[in-house]
Design a protein around this ligand. Structure first.
Ligand SMILES: Cc1cc2nc3c(=O)[nH]c(=O)nc-3n(C[C@H](O)[C@H](O)[C@H](O)COP(=O)(O)O)c2cc1C
Length: 186
């Protein structure tokens, strides 16, 4: 069966490097269907807004998550941590606790930065947040892309670095395998 993967970009920036990486994934394998799951219209999380039902944009966001087999998050790091827009979105998706749309969902984490540490701190926090939500985060595998500005063609907004492309191709295959092999833990 054709797999569907949701792509979440943790940056709202028009020329986001992380979005270029997510697009590179989407262009890599025609046998997989990719759906962008956007964060820009989500309100700031507030429990008061849940009273009487989720706001429309949140409902659409949760449905988009429900409809895919797995999700790959491609995110920058801000101040050694998770970008606020991404944390906000994950907090919305975490509700209601224990039966949220992300519960037991296979998720992969990727990050790119012009800096040297490849978003390592941000990825640790994303993983910690997802673990708290009982998400099946792809174990062991990390994609920490440093010096991203030297690995893409900024005009055409495409990933050009062959080594990174090969690494991502391999990661994608491992993620597909993970979708089919997540453990059945209570
Ligand atoms: C508020 C802010 C904080 C940042 N903090 C970090 C950081 O801690 N580590 C890092 O590698 N880059 C940091 N950066 C640089 C981002 O990696 C860079 O802006 C990157 O291009 C953002 O990702 P994007 O291109 O997908 O929008 C920061 C940028 C901003 C705007």
């Amino acid at each position: 069966m054709t797999k569907t993967i949701g792509l979440i970009c943790g940056s709202l920036r028009k020329d986001s490097y992380n979005r270029v990486i997510a697009q590179a994934l989407a262009d890599m394998d025609d046998s997989i269907k990719f759906h962008w799951i956007e964060l820009k219209d989500l309100p700031l999380f507030n429990e008061d807004l849940e009273v009487g039902g989720d706001p429309e944009t949140v409902k659409l966001f949760k449905t988009a998550i429900q409809e895919v087999d797995g999700i790959i998050i491609v995110s920058p790091e801000y101040n050694s941590g998770i970008p606020g827009v991404l944390k906000n979105a994950l907090d919305w998706a975490s509700r209601p606790p224990r039966s949220s749309v992300l519960n037991r969902k296979p998720v992969g984490i990727i990050g790119a930065t012009p800096g040297g540490l490849g978003t390592a701190f941000s990825q640790m926090q994303i993983r910690q947040t997802l673990e708290a939500m009982q998400v099946h985060v792809l174990p062991f595998k990390k994609v920490l892309i440093s010096q991203i500005h030297e690995k893409i063609d900024s005009n055409q907004k495409i990933l050009t670095d062959e080594k990174t492309i090969r690494y991502l191709q391999n990661y994608l295959q491992q993620f597909i395998f993970w979708i089919d092999h997540t453990p059945n833990l209570d």
